[in-house]
Design a protein around this ligand. Structure first.
Ligand code: ADP
Length: 230
């Protein structure tokens, strides 16, 4: 039954996605077809190439984010130190943060953090998504705090807290729907992909937000237990 459930969940998501993908990719494709036709008729303008290149880039972004979705079956789980993962992610996002006048403030003691049995690259992708969203939410800059708690249940709770624009309550329920975005250049795939990856790690995520105060994303993940002792 579990296998069946998994399959129907996959189909459901596939259906939702198919509708969204068709829509999202069709618009830039229609524009591209139009410009190619104009150019075939001898009309040319450097602006056309600029638009075409932007539309191609958009298709490329959507397709490469969708590829991540097809990957979870091929995930490889290995024990990795959470501190190393978080520190690497902070390094990766650093230039983006500086450009946007954002300070990333990790407030955990690396020696206190456990290892997780995880697909390292997928988890990094998750944290990068959350940090990028936090940066996007602070157009005038601000701080991002990363805090980690250990719970009694051999789990870690990782909080990523920003001081951004926040999310109104009526929009919170829309989050994670494919292609739901409030950004001009957004794809609306980041949260959905992140949730899928966290699910595959037997974890969960929660979003708490207050308009004009900020947003906290909390990720709960099981720790790696040597020899599987609980
Ligand atoms: P994208 O970033 O491409 O829009 P996501 O799935 O990552 O896609 O996010 C969907 C939407 O959720 C965003 O467009 C934004 O409206 C909202 N959101 C996500 N994280 C935050 C945050 N930290 N602060 C405010 N809004 C957020």
């Amino acid at each position: 039954t579990e296998e069946l459930l998994l399959q129907s969940e996959k189909l459901n998501i596939a259906g939702q996605l198919a509708a969204g993908v068709a829509h999202e990719i069709r618009n830039p494709l229609t524009a591209l077809v139009g410009f190619v036709q104009l150019m075939q008729q001898g009309m040319s303008n450097p602006k056309y190439l600029e638009i075409m290149s932007a539309e191609l880039k958009r298709i490329e972004t959507i397709v490469s984010e969708l590829l991540v979705l097809s990957k979870p079956q091929a995930m490889t789980y290995k024990p990795k130190k959470l501190a190393d993962i978080l520190q690497h992610v902070v390094t990766l996002i650093e230039t983006q943060a500086i450009i946007h006048n954002v300070q990333v403030l990790p407030s955990f003691d690396p020696d206190e953090l456990p290892a997780l049995e995880c697909d390292e690259n997928q988890l990094k992708q998750v944290f990068i998504n959350f940090l990028q969203n936090a940066i996007d939410a602070m157009p005038h800059g601000g701080d991002i705090h990363i805090e980690v708690e250990r719970t009694a249940l051999h789990e870690v709770l990782i909080h990523i807290r920003d001081q951004g624009i926040g999310i109104p309550p009526e929009r919170i329920e829309k989050l994670g729907e494919p292609f739901y975005t409030t950004k001009e250049k957004g794809t609306g795939l980041g949260l959905m992909i992140s949730k899928r990856i966290i699910d595959h790690h037997n974890g969960s995520m929660q979003i708490d937000s207050e308009v004009d105060v900020g947003t906290t994303i909390s990720v709960r993940l099981p720790c790696f237990l040597q020899g599987g002792i609980v």
